[in-house]
Design a protein around this ligand. Structure first.
Ligand code: ES4
Ligand code: ZN
Length: 326
């Protein structure tokens, strides 16, 4: 069997996936038409050509523009179910997906339509593909903490659909301490927490996410190598890193896959996982990310099995469910 087939046949959990980042240009055009929205692109080809990024912000600008075609509950359902079909093909048996409510509520989309469109698709995915899932509601860190408090309030009738709270968007200039109070409230309400940290920002953001936001995992976290003591602590405490290799290349965190530090982190004993982040924008879904790691960093198949096991260990499934899935 080919390595790409072996990778697909390996049961995997995906822990770092923005549902808005799975919007393929074909669906973007279809939804733009359905909702009478004018896109600044003449063709699907032109959309794909615009996916050249030099850093996180240049990507976020294009990503928020793409997300503007999402308006109705049906749109969010279609988006999510299309991802689950791909996830199933890739051998994903559990997924924990981020959604960014503020990207949509700011445009007048109802919170209910966003979350129920996603939740309905996830329920169908469980029935059709036996994919279990959790939703992580993420705050946009370029907006204020007061804004995040408002979303947390808006989400109140839907808390049962939300497992954890996340923090994403522009890291530099928007450190974790900016969201200390709203995360404390979320923790009080019983949510788990995660945060993007050490993607473009310093190792200090990783430490502060752990200490102030009490996160269970670090999203990205590749800049942990800037601080030896922190790295030691991450390894000793088995804090999972949800690393997104293709994302890091597309956003120039590393210039080439051969330079990515995921294998060094793995060999040092860190609990690393492989994830796809925004697969429609970064040139590959989960199996592609595993494949690129194998191809350029010499991960053996046995090591990829270990990483797939890490993905379940690092998930929010119960210990019993983890054992059943691994
Ligand atoms: C994101 Cl790659 C990345 N980093 C931070 N925030 C994000 N939102 C969507 N993709
Ligand atoms: Zn991300």
């Amino acid at each position: 069997m080919q390595i790409s087939q072996l990778i697909k046949s390996l049961p995997k959990a995906e822990l770092h996936l923005h549902i808005e980042g799975t919007l393929e240009p074909e669906l973007m055009f279809e939804l733009a038409q359905r909702n009478n929205i004018q896109l600044p692109y003449a063709s699907i080809d032109e959309v794909r050509k615009s996916y050249e990024f030099h850093d996180l912000q240049s990507f976020l600008d294009v990503y928020y523009l793409g997300a503007s075609v999402l308006r109705t509950r049906q749109d969010f359902f279609d988006l999510t179910f299309a991802y689950l079909e791909k996830a199933h093909e890739d051998g994903i048996t559990h997924t924990e997906i981020f959604f960014d409510p503020q990207t949509h509520t700011k445009r007048g989309v109802l919170f209910e339509d966003i979350i129920m469109g996603i939740a309905d698709a996830l329920a169908k995915g469980k029935e059709e593909f036996a994919i279990s899932s959790y939703i992580i509601m993420s705050f946009l860190r370029h907006l204020s903490e007061d804004d995040a408090f408002e979303v947390l309030e808006l989400a109140k009738p839907y808390y049962k659909y939300i497992k954890a709270i996340g923090l994403d968007s522009a890291e530099v200039g928007n450190p974790p301490e900016k969201f200390k109070n709203v995360f404390a409230k979320a923790l009080d309400l019983g949510f788990l927490t995660v945060a993007h940290a050490g993607e473009e920002g310093p190792a200090e953001n990783i430490r502060n996410s752990l200490e102030l936001l009490k996160v269970q995992r670090i999203d990205h976290g590749v800049n942990c190598v800037q601080d030896d003591k922190l790295l030691e602590e991450l390894i000793y405490k088995k804090i999972p890193l949800t690393i997104c290799p293709l994302s890091n290349i597309k956003l120039k965190v590393f210039q080439h896959m051969k330079e990515h530090n995921i294998r060094d982190l793995y060999l040092k004993g860190a609990c690393v996982t492989i994830n796809s982040d925004d697969p429609s924008y970064f040139g590959g879904y989960l199996a592609d990310n595993y494949f690129e790691c194998q191809r350029h960093l010499n991960f053996s198949f046995i090591e990829l099995i270990q990483i797939a096991k890490n993905s379940f260990r690092a998930s929010f499934l119960s210990e019993e469910e983890k054992l059943l899935k691994m």
